[in-house]
Design a protein around this ligand. Sequence first.
Ligand SMILES: Cc1ncc(COP(=O)(O)O)c(C=O)c1O
Length: 344
Amino acid sequence: MVDAATPTRPAVIDLRSDTVTTPTEAMRRAMASADVGDDVYGEDPTINALEERVAGLMGHEAGLFVPSGTMGNQIGMRLLAQPGEEVLCDADAHVVTYEMGAAAAVFGLSTRTVVSDGGRLDADRLIAQVRPRGDWHVTSTAAIAVENTHNRGGGIVQPLGELQKLWDWSRGAGVAVHLDGARLFNAHVASGVDLATYGGLADTASVCLSKGLGAPVGSVLVSSAERIAVARLWRKRLGGGMRQAGVLAAAGLYALDHHVDRLAEDQEHARLLAKRLGADPATVETNMVVLQDVPAAMLAEGAKAQGVLVSQVSATRVRLVTHLDVDRAGIDRAADVLASLLER
Ligand SMILES: Cc1ncc(COP(=O)(O)O)c(C=O)c1O
């Protein structure tokens, strides 16, 4: 018998993004039995536990549960830069591509972008563009935002040496570092680098529970206790104070217990897809595969007609993202459909 909480869905293999996952039965049970309270009063025990847990994993003093990665990133950057100051980042960074201009529209921050090699962090290239504080002729760079893994870069893992170089330089320069770690758990599983090592190279970091980890909602912003107290005000100001949202935090805690190690499986599935579809498996670092030089519209539409959803990134590029709602059989089926459309 199908549990009443589980909507029955057509058998679509959805590889558009890892944001499309739906909570598992066990996750739903954890949500249903969560101990909750009013989080705006700081009294939701499950949210408090999640914030403490993620802060601990990241080696930071405190955490704040926020509804989305976008809110985590934007508040995180606002903590590091004042209105009129600049945040420097990669030209393809999520914070400037998909967050609807929030840094400017909501927070009064100026952003400046630097083109990278496919999203790969090059510390020297960013550092060369920094405009110093204290020069009243120029907009000063208060912070640099980095993204790990890099979404538009196809899920690449940022090189630890470059992150370290940027961090070491930033301490002497008085420039802060924000980490968009929407998929930091994928980076951690792929590289074997501790979350706390990544966390130790950022002043603020936002990690998502609703991507590969499979929770329905939520991100956690981590930083110093002092900064997180300010972040709490910003979250409330933005309408992100969520009362008995421990039911959501319970999904996050469940995901941390059960869905981290399995990210290796998504990575394996991505490599399989790459191999079957003629993409270089060496370019697959986590759970994304980018098919280059393909008739993207034909592929996306043709696959959709056969129950396989993919993302059309440009006229010639298609992105596939593996996640916990697509098992090995689904991967094989998707590979068959796409390979036949590509005649590979
Ligand atoms: C790299 C990256 N950062 C931030 C976000 C924003 O997360 P949300 O959709 O929860 O706002 C995403 C969403 O896909 C992302 O890919």
